[in-house]
Design a protein around this ligand. Structure first.
Ligand code: ATP
Ligand code: MG
Length: 335
């Protein structure tokens, strides 16, 4: 890894397989930026525990699966560091130190907290855990442990990167300069909707996703389930693409001419929703096919993928320990 390059950090929670939201929101930018930056890609297992501490039975399988999804989507593990968050002690230590630098009301105002509480299986809205409240502080630790300059993420993570900047500033002001202020990099499609409607974010944990590893048939079935304009019942009814989930996927995936054509046909009652979905499912399958093939190959050699994760984790430990040493010395805790 080129040590003169600026650093990039981002990651995914091992809550399931990666989907089109992860792909268009973040992976596309990772692939694009992997030569320009020294990249650290994290499997955020501690973050998963903030919402699913009691569901660890699949975590190991999901970790492997995410690393496979990364490589299959074009992230080159020879150029970048792949690592597992919980195996790197700096994250937990820095999370604790940073938790002194941020107020509880500031954390309570972060919009993702409300969403996560709403999605949570723990019904009492006022009883969310200390760990869930501190999720964005842990994320600040993730980013700053590597002094990352850039963080390619989807729109849902913007407020966390903003908090990271505040924490970096607060630390530097209190103890002396250690951290650069990172910035989020958004892709063209920073928010992919779920198959259940344009107002819901596609998420691993909401069962509204199209995974990069879904079979040809699963992709088709999920596209067929997408919510369309409720006012368009018959083929000849005039539709409203702006409220249709299917159309929002054309917007993400299709060439501009096809987007215009779909809009025209829908608005003028020239195409039915079923045919429109058939065509979309072909587009999605065309995108996913090469990823699926590569995944199939990698699945036959899981130990090779684990080796990549273990090697990367060693590198992450080495790099982040340097940051911790600097922090300790600035904080006068070097005894
Ligand atoms: P979970 O439901 O467990 O939170 P998730 O699907 O939200 O899973 P994460 O692992 O939390 O995925 O997020 C990984 C990255 O993918 C983040 O950068 C996040 O911003 C991005 N991302 C997730 N969902 C979407 C989406 N629907 N559109 C765009 N980007 C997304
Ligand atoms: Mg998420």
């Amino acid at each position: 890894m080129d040590t003169n390059k600026k650093r990039l950090l981002t990651g995914d929670r091992p809550t399931g397989r990666l989907h089109l939201g992860n792909y268009f929101g973040s992976i596309i930018n990772r692939v694009k930026l992997q030569d320009q930056y020294a990249c650290f890609f994290m499997i955020a297992d501690l973050h998963m525990l903030t919402t699913d501490f009691d569901r660890t039975q699949d975590i190991k399988e999901n970790i492997l699966s995410i690393a496979i999804d990364w490589i299959s989507s074009g992230i080159n593990p020879e150029k970048s560091v792949f690592f597992i968050q919980s195996k790197v002690p700096a994250h937990s230590f820095m999370h604790l130190i940073f938790s002194m630098l941020v107020s509880v009301p500031r954390l309570e105002r972060i919009p993702t907290l409300k969403d996560k509480v709403k999605e949570s299986r723990f019904s009492d809205e006022n009883a969310y855990s200390y760990g869930l409240l501190g999720y964005p502080v842990l994320q600040a630790a993730d980013i700053l442990a590597y002094k990352a300059s850039v963080v390619p993420v989807g729109e849902d993570q913007i407020s966390h990167v903003e908090l990271t900047r505040e924490i970096a500033r607060r630390f530097n002001y209190t103890y002396g300069e250690v951290f650069p202020e990172p910035r989020a990099i958004l892709s063209e499609t920073s928010r992919v909707p779920g198959i259940d409607g344009i107002n819901v974010k596609m998420s691993k944990s909401l069962n509204n996703e199209i995974s990069l590893s879904h079979s040809f048939k699963e992709v088709r079935d999920r596209v067929m389930k997408m919510v369309t304009d409720p006012a368009k019942i018959r083929l000849t009814d005039r539709g409203h693409p702006q409220v249709c989930t299917v159309f929002s996927f054309y917007n993400i995936l299709a060439a501009p001419e096809l987007i215009d054509q779909v809009k025209y046909e829908c608005e003028n009652g020239q195409i039915g929703c079923v045919a429109c979905k058939e065509r979309l499912s072909e587009l999605v399958n065309r995108l996913i096919e090469p990823i699926r093939e590569k995944r199939f190959e990698l699945e036959r050699n899981p130990s090779g993928v684990w080796d990549i994760l273990h090697e990367g984790t060693k590198n992450a430990i080495f790099t982040s320990n340097k940051t911790v040493s600097e922090m300790i010395s600035k904080m006068k805790l070097n005894y």
